[in-house]
Design a protein around this ligand. Structure first.
Ligand code: UDP
Length: 239
């Protein structure tokens, strides 16, 4: 293990739920502040960082559709929720002295830049933390798929999925106390065993483009930097 980062460029996927802490809605300023600190720390270690943030702490299209709304309208609201989260994260990063840019897959020029791949790469090469908002810009997708897509587009050498559990288990550890954690899995094993890691579209994209994925517990401070230094935190999925 070395103090030097083992990765040149990463794509970090944070779920909307990651931002709400112990609450059941919205954004907890303490939680978003700590996550911003960790992202800045990794950036300072020399790693280029892109981030995709979900919107599940505010709206999910599926949930809105279940209560009677048109699904596409619900998904549009979900995507706009990710823009709000990305704005909050950019604010938290800049308050702490970092540089951030929000790039949206839906045009919303008064509040965010458009996602343009070359410009996104330019931002991260210049040391800015690029926050990719509005998912893929299309309904019926998730921000997991957006994270896989952006990771492949920007040529990230690792996709990280930040969760509240310390990796992928044989079964849900909350309901099956005897479940065991995988240190490593292949993408084919994830699909064959129907493991709930990310949705299948995201897994297939990472597999087909050979982008490794690490699932880790973001509630443990310092985990992101540990992973950058090559420590085997969480579960690694690769071909
Ligand atoms: N969404 C979408 N297309 C995308 C990404 C997201 O329509 O490419 C919508 C969808 O309604 C989703 C919501 O945005 O439920 C929030 O994203 P997600 O559920 O992935 O957020 P997370 O679970 O990561 O907080």
């Amino acid at each position: 293990m070395s103090d030097q980062p083992q990765y040149r460029r990463i794509l970090l996927k944070l779920s909307g739920e990651a931002l709400m802490g112990a609450a059941d809605y919205g954004i907890d300023p303490k939680v978003i502040g700590r996550l911003a600190d960790e992202i800045i720390e990794v950036r300072k270690a020399g790693v280029e960082v892109g981030v995709v943030i979900g919107g599940g702490n505010i709206f999910r299209g599926e949930g809105l559709a279940a209560s009677g709304m048109d699904r596409v309208t619900g998904d549009h609201m979900g995507m706009l929720a990710t823009v709000m989260n990305a704005l909050a994260m950019a604010d938290a990063i800049e308050k702490r002295g970092g540089y951030a840019r929000v790039m949206s897959a839906i045009q919303i020029h008064d509040v965010a830049e458009d996602f343009i791949r070359r410009r996104a790469i330019r931002h991260i090469e210049k040391g800015r933390i690029a926050l990719f908002a509005a998912g893929t810009g299309n309904p019926f997708f998730t921000t997991d798929s957006a994270a896989a897509l952006r990771a492949v587009e920007i040529g990230a050498d690792l996709l990280l999925k930040a969760t509240k559990v310390d990796g992928v288990y044989t079964a849900d550890p909350a309901r099956h106390p005897d479940a065991t954690r995988y240190d490593q899995l292949t993408y084919d094993e994830v699909i064959q065993r129907n493991l709930k890691v990310m949705d299948t579209a995201a897994i297939a994209l990472c597999r087909d483009h050979n982008t490794p994925l690490r699932i880790y517990d973001m509630t443990v401070p310092g985990n992101l930097l540990r992973i950058m230094r090559g420590e085997p935190v969480g579960t690694l999925v690769r071909n």
